[in-house]
Design a protein around this ligand. Structure first.
Ligand code: C2E
Ligand code: CA
Ligand code: CA
Length: 281
């Protein structure tokens, strides 16, 4: 057991791929990584279902840790949430995403309603300083608030905490969009929709991928699209990997689609054909 843990620590063995990084050991490397700019932000395209044009991108962070290769977010975000580094890391991602969006807009390479979506951890939402940080970064990059969508998971809403509701209200007041990520998986009650000023629902890949095989999954997607529209929100289907799924989403009236069919997350510099319409094949 010790040997496996040791291999996981130094990344020298196959166990490192299976075991989560021991959290206690990650704080110092993450601190250094933040100082040294080892965290990189990739962008995944989000397309309009109706005409397949590019609507925006989602920022997804990776850690290029020397000696360990590229580490996916699921392996270090929980540690960052536990050790408090999610706050500086989250702001770094936001800064990078807004800088990238500002460049694309300035170059005239995206449509007038192009948006960038950034994930916000429940831990970040606990901080009353978040709205000011968001305003400050929007001003720094001279971006209108409507360009930014903040993605938060349903589990963030569980507490129905007044502090969290107040933070989300302030963010909404600034004019940024609020997206409920992984909708339908985190929470058994919809009551938070009564007071949370969300502008978008994002459907998890599990429901979307199974849509063609399972009439229940299709019903869940259809119900979510209808729910979003009844609340005046837009709806994004995540995990779209097949053309046939995209066609079914079009029939159901889903607004946006994101997934490997349209594009995998990639560095900003790799986006050479922005503004173009997705063409299968
Ligand atoms: P998420 O926000 O639900 O992001 C979508 C994940 O699904 C991404 O994984 C993306 O690469 C993957 N994906 C996209 N299209 C497809 C598809 O067609 N098929 C399949 N199988 N997967 C697809 P990634 O980049 O590994 O991110 C995992 C999670 O890490 C994210 O889930 C999000 O919860 C978290 N995360 C990533 N970046 C950040 C960040 O900057 N801050 C915070 N707090 N969390 C982040
Ligand atoms: Ca997300
Ligand atoms: Ca998601």
């Amino acid at each position: 057991m010790y040997a496996a843990k040791q291999r996981a620590r130094d990344g020298s063995g196959p166990a490192s791929a299976l075991l989560p990084e021991p959290r206690i050991d990650l704080e110092q490397p993450m601190r250094l990584g933040l100082e040294r700019g080892e965290f990189v932000v990739h962008y995944q395209p989000i397309h309009r279902v109706a005409d397949a044009s590019l609507a925006g991108v989602e920022a997804l962070v990776r850690w290029d840790r020397p000696g360990h290769g590229r580490i996916p977010p699921n392996r270090f975000i929980p540690a960052a949430e536990a050790n408090g580094l999610i706050e500086p890391l989250g702001l770094r991602v936001l800064d990078d995403a807004l800088r990238q969006a500002a460049v694309w807009i300035a170059e005239g390479r995206v449509r007038e309603d192009f948006t960038v979506s950034v994930n916000v951890s429940p831990v970040q939402l606990q901080s009353s300083l978040l709205p000011d940080s968001v305003s400050g970064l929007l001003a720094k990059h001279r971006l209108e608030p409507r360009r930014l969508l903040l993605e938060m998971t349903e589990s963030s809403m569980i507490a129905e905490s007044t502090a969290l509701a107040e933070t989300v209200r302030l963010l909404h007041e600034i004019g940024v969009g609020i997206c409920i990520d992984d909708f339908g998986t985190g929470y058994s009650s919809l009551s938070y929709l009564r007071y949370l000023p969300a502008s978008q629902l994002k459907i998890v890949p599990q429901f979307v991928a199974g849509m063609l095989q399972s009439s229940r999954d299709e019903a869940l997607v259809a119900a979510t699209v209808n729910l979003a529209h009844r609340f005046g929100m837009t709806c994004v289907a995540e995990g779209v990997e097949e053309q046939a799924v995209l066609e079914r989403l079009r029939i159901l009236g889903c607004d946006f689609a994101q997934g490997f069919l349209m594009g995998r997350p990639a560095a900003g510099a790799q986006y050479t054909d922005l503004g173009t319409t997705f063409r299968p094949g």
